[in-house]
Design a protein around this ligand. Sequence first.
Ligand SMILES: O=C(O)c1ccccc1N[C@@H]1O[C@H](COP(=O)(O)O)[C@@H](O)[C@H]1O
Length: 202
Amino acid sequence: MIPKIKICGLKTVEQIVMANQYDIDYVGFVFAKSKRQISPGQARDMKKCLRKDIKAVGVFVDTPIEEVNEIVRYCSLDMVQLHGNENNDQCAKSIVPVWKALSVKDQEILEVLPFYKNVTGFVFDSGSGGTGKTFSWELVNGISKDYFTVLAGGLNAGNISEAIKIVSPHVVDVSSGVETNGEKDEKKIKEFIRKVKGYEIR
Ligand SMILES: O=C(O)c1ccccc1N[C@@H]1O[C@H](COP(=O)(O)O)[C@@H](O)[C@H]1O
């Protein structure tokens, strides 16, 4: 199965126009404190320009869920990725589907998965988000048979083939790995997509 692609941390309408040209499935808007953080106003303008078949994912870290829902409504986001210590009750109050992000240090983290009954998938990441660091993919080998799996953390064109081989994720999620000097790099995005989809992009 060829995984879907999420490009996270887009910050401008120009980047959306660029991303619209490519065979991607999700873009991530970071509302958490980060060098990629954007305001709801920016995200709303960007969402209006986004191709209709690309889903806009709001990325939050421990934001009260009422506030998350307000931003979702204001920006017309399709779903959210909760990247902090949100529990299932909080996830259940979201008005759009939730991906719960988990930091994978060892196999213990997998024990919490059954408790998240109100999420539609899990983002398996190395740390607190946007770090550019990988984790041991073997720890989540086989997990995609039971859970909708979004693989994140330090992915790039150089390691994505190996990561897909081990994890067979439903979605691959990249941010730092398609940047140069902290800005999204179209050449790196194209190369990443080419590696995931296995075809040439002009
Ligand atoms: O991208 C960020 O700055 C960010 C900040 C806070 C929480 C999550 C964030 N992004 C998510 O982090 C992972 C991995 O990113 P990377 O490829 O290692 O840079 C991904 O899920 C992003 O959506």
